[in-house]
Write a protein that binds this ligand. Sequence first.
Ligand code: ADP
Ligand code: ZN
Length: 631
Amino acid sequence: MDQKTEQRNPYPGWLRYVLIGIAMAFLYYWVFVQPMQPREPVYEIPYSQFKTLVNQGSVSEVRLTGLEIEGTLLTPQPIGPRQQKAKLFRTRLPSFGDETLIPALEAQKVKLFIEDERGKGTAVTLLVGLLPWVLIGVFFYFVYKRASKTLGGGLGGSGELKKFLESPAKTAGIPNVTFADVAGQDNAKREVIELVEFLKDPEHFRKLGAEVPRGVLLMGAPGTGKTLLAKALAGEAGVPFFSISGSEFIEVFVGVGASRVRKLFAAAKKNAPSIVFIDELDSVGRTRGTGLGGGHDEREQTLNQILAELDGFTGREEVIVLAATNRPDVLDPALLRPGRFDRHVTLELPDRKDREAILKVHTKNVPLADDVALDKIAAGTPGFSGADIKNLVNEAAMLAARNKREKVAMQDFDETRDKLLMGTVRTLAIQPDERHRLAVHEAGHTVVAYYLPNADPLYKVSIIPRGRSLGGTQQLPEVERHTLPEEYLRDRLAVILGGRNAEKELLGSVSSGADDDISKATTLARAMVSRWGMSDEVGPVDLRESEEHPFLGREIAQPRRYSEHSAHEVDNAVRKLILDAEQRALEIIKQHRTQLNTLVAELEEKETLDRPHIEKCLGAVTANKLEKISL
Ligand code: ADP
Ligand code: ZN
């Protein structure tokens, strides 16, 4: 979401808590401790004792307020009920008065102050008395402002506590966004399009007894349009959109998040059919009990409330819950269970064609000079997200305005792009030379997978960064495999090493690599040798170091039950398997250099290639393979 940045606080969270803590300590002292602790004790004494003290000449000054007398002794003397030594005392003049008092005071040269009976209420004392209360007021005002900012933000954006306290239904509307506003993302759109039908005519679905997914998890890098897609779904179906953001709960008082979730779902149900959208699910939905710095009660309560709401659906509500995250890996598994967020939709960074489409959407109302070529801009912005592109258009228009031009020119786009690339745009944006290497690497994987008889058929290859790794070659196993034949695994090893070898062959050197190919290959080869007996040197002996699954990568440490010699043999066999695979990969790459080059060029141009496209670049394959590809 783009508004979110404005709400972020400039200082770190812990600092706020420290400041609030200090303020609270001060207040506590001021209100409760200080008033009860006069600097010196004042003792109530009988009037008779007072007169005696005056006549002894022990009193230095006296303050008369109506019948109240307060006085100070020259030196501390044993006074008061327990005869403690003190200087300050208090007493009362008899209501009939005492004519001898003033002359006695004068005789002893006691300083006499006579104060107005209302003198206690002078402006200064009044102010001093009020100060703590004023401070409390100020404190609560700030708390109120903070809370209303945090709470109100998600509903209408204007941020008032009042808004929050009102039923959220009043602030939720039907978005005026449709799928036409979402450029590209065809896969993601396809996934949610059937939900539109359901929301439009739930009755029809119910009659057919169809199960409609309750929770949909939208995954993807920031700015890929997750919020946009959710809104478009609501807009397309013409149903109200209720949204809430996970990050809003972290700083609010305990219990508020949960109550807000409850209210939101209640309102959504009341206005069904409707959509609930939870943005930044990972900030509340992290695996429970792993919070740094102790219990995050608020987060956990909120998460539990979300789970309870999802489970509380009877199946008849026409409410669809969408949630967005860019860290699906940290989510609490409880969220992903069947009946909760069990349908997953991935939004990817746009490729060149999609970037052009997004540019079209966002330049619809921007006057463009004749020299502006959207396809060229798209080509020059690899790694930009939809939000980055929107930002690019916006900044280019501002630049043109600053330069007092009527139309936005290509030059504005170029300048803005360079500025964004140097500064704020995510570091995932790829530099041109890096991009070539990436294309070679991915094309290498692809070519090897394509020509090896037993590898999984190709699904897609891309040089767009996804998550933390760059690029990717995706293969679909044509059948779910339970047992893995040796030939398949050997081919798989070669495919994994294909990227590196293409770099070696075409660029003359290898790089640190776009992903963890070597580690993947080693894990796989080790499993082949030590668990599955797929090496002649070692034979079918269980020599695993630990219980590990080569694909899940989970390890359970176990004591080693074999000799140093065997360990050595395993290492050698693993190395041999890998070197063999590397040799095979290299051979294929050498044999199909022309096709590899074609593929590299095509990849650099289009950024993502799907199966038909790959086939076009690589030409005929063995009969065996063709059969698989047509599956
Ligand atoms: P996310 O929720 O994934 O972080 P948003 O949906 O908030 O991203 O995207 C921010 C803005 O970027 C959107 O409001 C939209 O203007 C623009 N945007 C992102 N993806 C697209 C897209 N595929 N087509 C058009 N605009 C997009
Ligand atoms: Zn690789």
